[in-house]
Unconditional design. Sequence first.
Length: 280
Amino acid sequence: ERAQRSAREPLWMPSEQAALLSAPISLTCLLLFPGSLALGRGNVYTSNPEISVAENNAVTLPCSFLGFSSPRVEWKFTNRTGTTLVCHDNKITASFGGRVSLVASDIHFNSVTRRDNGTYTCMVTDSGGNNYGEVNVYLTVLVPPSKPTASVPSSATIGSRAVLICSEKDGSPPSKYTWYKDGVQIPSEPRNNRAFSNSSYTLNEQTGELIFDPLLAADSGDYSCLAHNGFGSPMKSDVMHMEAVELNVGGIVAAVLVTLILLGLLIFGVWFAYSRGYFD
């Protein structure tokens, strides 16, 4: 009976689906540009929310909007140091003047530098302030890594904690680091390679830290590191030698004895001078 009833029903869409398809074009734009953020009646969106460009090249950060009767466009820039206005009341601010221009609602850089890395927010509002929308565009300025510096202790005591650090400051995005011992790449996990299976270390590719804890005699060797960020050629550091040495117990005991003897002589000298009346 239910099948017969379904066969008699007309083939049209429910009213909710029909209303959805007849919605204004602004809703369609939100579906096409999922990176947009709409507040109030206006829609603000971008066709390219993540942009990568090589340093010293030109680039345009796109921003589009619908539903604003008297739009006012502003852009702000945010990075680790804080937030700065790029465009205020449809005009480029002084700090970006000369190298950034406003083209419709987009901003265009004549030439970008690594200091331009960060998040750019396009904000659109009506003159009355009743309608507002914004969208983010993430800009990555590509800079190849420079030659890294490998900080390696020349000697470290067996059984202690030894920290090796690889670093470079120019790469954008930030570099990742690979370590080498005697010309052989050190795996991220010691158990993944038989040559390093007896070592006890942790390797952080993001920070460039190679930590031996505890240090073993077999960890002596020549160390170097490689910096890479996917742009340009990877860069390798100079080779540094680290020697794992035994704790010199005899030397420590001798130093303690010498210190005690010198301290005893000092006390005796003070007592002798006092007994002879050299001190009041």
